[in-house]
Design a protein around this ligand. Structure first.
Ligand code: AMP
Length: 191
């Protein structure tokens, strides 16, 4: 059966890595708005051209552009049987737009990943050296982290008010250790 899952967590927590592994395990598409936007930038689409400078500064792309992109993704047949959202929603307005777009269905579980600030910074630095993403400058990293705490983290308090369960998962340890914690949290859902 499909699942509708949402992953939250600050940059550096390992969210993208875990989201990809979990999506593959349970057989639902991994819907990463960051990946979709990076692809739009690489292809030079209208959306990509509007998003590029904002992304490089670590700012958010306007809600209406991201929401339209996600709605388009939901319309593809593979999303009919569920999905794993990674990087969306990023704020309250996007969460409300998602509720509307889901047409009465609900997110079944929010996985909220956490880690020590020191570990986050260490992993971000490591990724910057490995991948060389154009938004991995020190200023943009700081901006993204600040936006996460201000706008995204409060969603862990919003979802319980919508009767959506939030599972806090410790992101410290090896990739496998964290993966097993997440799989255990999902296994507690009804079949
Ligand atoms: P990520 O790969 O999730 O860290 O996203 C990289 C960048 O893409 C972010 O810093 C934002 O500029 C942009 N982005 C990704 N997802 C969203 C979203 N849901 N809303 C607005 N901007 C986004």
């Amino acid at each position: 059966m499909g699942r509708r899952l949402l992953f939250l967590g600050p940059q550096g927590v390992g969210k993208g890595t875990q989201a990809a592994k979990v999506a593959q395990l349970i057989g639902v598409p991994h819907v990463s708005t960051g990946d979709m936007l990076r692809q739009a930038v690489a292809e030079g689409t209208d959306l990509g051209m509007q998003a590029k400078a904002l992304m490089e500064a670590g700012d958010l792309v306007p809600d209406e552009l991201v929401v339209a992109m996600v709605k388009e993704r939901f319309a593809k047949p593979d999303a009919l049987c569920g999905y794993l959202l990674d990087g969306f929603p990023r704020n309250q307005a996007q969460a409300e737009a998602l509720d509307v777009a889901m047409n009465g269905e609900a997110i079944e579980l929010v996985i909220s990943m956490t880690a020590d600030e020191d570990e986050l910074l260490r992993r971000m630095q490591e990724r910057a050296e490995r991948e060389g993403r154009s938004d991995d400058t020190p200023e943009a990293m700081k901006r993204r982290l600040a936006l996460y705490w201000d706008e995204t983290a409060p969603l862990t308090e919003y979802y319980p008010t919508q009767q959506v369960r939030v599972a806090a998962v410790d992101g410290m340890g090896t990739i496998d250790e964290v993966f097993h914690r997440i799989v255990a949290a999902i296994a507690e859902l009804d079949p």
